[in-house]
Ligand binder design. Structure first.
Ligand code: TRP
Length: 329
């Protein structure tokens, strides 16, 4: 069974794009693979974040992920900061990665551009990410297209370490979804749906009320052509809604075009709205149930951290020996 590792940042409310692009695949993967999923709170402190907000965001994302179907009996979900071996391995890998490699990372250039002060941690973010995966000897890493460069660096670091010290790490592979699966902002459909870069009205939050979700879908921007047909250039709004429905129902866009042949935008949008609501309602119900007992989520996260740690410790022990640290006795 292949081992999978992926991470998600706790900050920012999660939306239907996160669900369709990542979370539901995490849930589906549980039955076929040995999966480790981490709420990467150590990555979140690379930019300023209020302590209370970080704590709240971490627990609330854990609640959401358990509500979405991650099951401690099938996979491992844990908070990255609960397994301190991530930081230890990151140091060893810091001495393998080079400044030049990190300087080339486009995400660092984007995130640091225009900032008055940039933490060393933000620069080093991809090395911690490499440690996340190499720590568990994971072979597959499901991520979005935006993480391709970080995954290449991770592989380079693993290969270099293995070359210098002897075979130590599994060299992981990225698993990137096809680009057709892009979920876009409903108000600015040329942009990816996002709580940081998109519009509030155009972002379908997983915990928005059904009424709010319906309203957001019904007010999505379209065009005056009146035909439900994908055309990213001239009809980005309708194309975005088609991609959304296609992702939810898991049917090709072409068959949706056929279904809505001769029908108006009103009918089409109503169906999209109902599909969105039907998708999130069970998740919201489980979320409400879990939220009524906050101790439960802490307990579930501990199960995950204990298991993750049991896998991480042997890796760092091997790494210490390979590097040449004297035995502790
Ligand atoms: N950087 C990833 C993102 O922003 C999150 C992440 C952290 C991650 N560590 C990881 C993803 C390890 C995959 C594997 O999406």
């Amino acid at each position: 069974m292949a081992r999978i590792f992926s991470g998600i940042q706790p900050t920012g409310d999660k939306h239907i794009g996160n669900y369709l692009g990542a979370i539901r695949h995490w849930v589906a993967g549980q039955t076929e693979h040995d999966c480790l999923y981490s709420i990467v709170d150590l990555h979140s402190i690379t930019v300023p974040v209020e302590p209370a907000a970080l704590r709240e965001a971490t627990l609330s994302l854990a609640t959401l992920l358990f509500a979405a179907g991650l099951d401690p009996a099938k996979s491992t979900l844990f908070a990255q900061s609960h397994v301190s071996e991530h930081m230890e391995l990151a140091w060893y890998l810091n001495c393998t990665a080079t400044m030049g490699e990190l300087r080339r990372m486009t995400q660092f250039k984007d995130k640091s551009g225009g900032q008055e002060s940039v933490s060393v941690g933000l620069f080093d973010y991809p090395v911690l990410q490499a440690a996340d995966v190499l720590l568990y000897q994971a072979g597959l890493v499901p991520v979005g297209e935006d993480q391709r460069q970080h995954l290449e660096l991770m592989r380079d670091i693993a290969i270099r370490f293995n070359g210098r010290y002897g075979d130590t790490f599994v060299v992981p592979q990225a698993q990137i979804p096809p680009t057709g699966a892009r979920i876009v902002d409903l108000q600015e459909p040329t942009k990816k749906m996002s709580t940081t870069g998109g519009t509030e009205q155009g972002t379908l939050l997983l915990l928005d009320s059904p009424a709010r979700l319906r309203k957001k879908v019904m007010s999505a921007v379209t065009d005056s052509d009146g035909v439900v047909r994908a055309d990213p250039e001239n009809k980005p709004g309708i194309t975005g809604l088609l991609s959304l429905l296609s992702a939810i129902e898991d049917v090709p866009i072409a068959s949706l075009e056929e279904r809505y042949d001769g029908k108006g935008y009103g009918d089409f949008k109503r169906d999209v709205a109902e599909a969105v609501v039907a998708l999130v309602e069970p998740l919201q119900a489980r979320h409400a149930e879990l939220s009524s007992d906050p101790g439960e989520v802490v307990r579930l996260l501990k199960i995950g951290a204990d298991h993750a740690r049991s896998l991480a410790v042997p890796t760092v022990e091997l790494v210490r020996e390979r590097i040449g640290f004297a035995p502790r006795g």
